[in-house]
Design a protein around this ligand. Structure first.
Ligand code: ZN
Length: 240
């Protein structure tokens, strides 16, 4: 933002001409970026967009953080059409979130994806905020889900004295709990009753290297969920 001095009242005022110029430059860069992307895709495959417009059959649902540094396609080296994506602050999966559930249901039951990946990342602002006692406004309601993850694992987290290490561990535990949350949904469990080619995974992206770490919480059956979470078939529920 460019500021110029206003001699009359000593208050800085915004130079709107420079502001508008910078704004239109950053906007125009997006249009140019789109044109470059189209040209590059067409260079690789002249029929790329013809095929893309016919429909999608991605094998993967990505549930990641909204952070601008962790775009699903770039991180995984995939192209348009290969990853179905849902993102929110700190990749939280809550069973009352109709947005997430709708994306999950469509991906699992219509697109028949084979992998659902919860992708968190070290240096996550949402996780850092959840670890603090500060108020941030409306978002505090969302971050409370991560505070609950902290409380669940406080015996381990409170022992970590280094704050960055503690935050990194909470990032991992948050991914792990969100994978668990997905596995508890009737969407995932009913799909497991029908087919054996659906896995839920947990990843953490290291922003310093760009590399993904599989945190080894992959699940392909409801057997380790615990008695109250492991659902019976719908017919059995109707009998009661
Ligand atoms: Zn984040």
């Amino acid at each position: 933002m460019a500021l110029i001095d206003n001699k009359k009242n000593d208050k800085p005022v915004i130079d709107t001409n420079n502001l508008k110029l910078a704004q239109s430059e950053s906007y125009n860069a997006l249009i140019k970026g789109n044109n470059d992307w189209v040209n590059n895709r067409l260079k690789d495959d002249p029929d790329f967009f013809k095929k893309l417009s016919k429909g999608q059959s991605p094998q993967v649902l990505w549930i990641g953080c909204s952070d601008s540094r962790v775009p699903a396609n770039e991180v995984t080296g995939t192209k348009a059409g290969e990853v179905f994506v849902h993102r929110n602050i700190a990749n939280v999966c809550v069973h009352s979130d109709m947005n997430m559930l709708s994306v999950l249901d469509y991906a699992v039951n219509v697109l028949k994806v084979k992998h659902v990946i919860v992708a968190g990342h070290y240096g996550c602002g949402g996780v850092a905020a959840a670890m603090s006692n500060k108020q941030f406004g409306l978002i505090d309601n969302w971050l409370r889900h991560i505070k609950d993850v902290y409380r669940l694992h406080s015996h381990e987290l409170d022992r970590i004295t280094d704050e960055t290490q503690r935050q990194n561990r909470l990032v991992e535990l948050n991914v792990s709990e969100q994978v668990y949350n997905l596995c508890k949904t009737s969407i995932i469990q009913n799909a497991w009753m029908e087919r054996h080619d659906l896995e839920v995974h947990g990843w953490v992206i290291d922003l310093g290297t760009g590399l993904v770490k599989d945190i080894k919480v992959s699940s392909s059956s409801p057997h380790n969920l615990g008695y109250v979470y492991e659902l019976d078939g719908i017919e059995a529920v109707a009998q009661h």
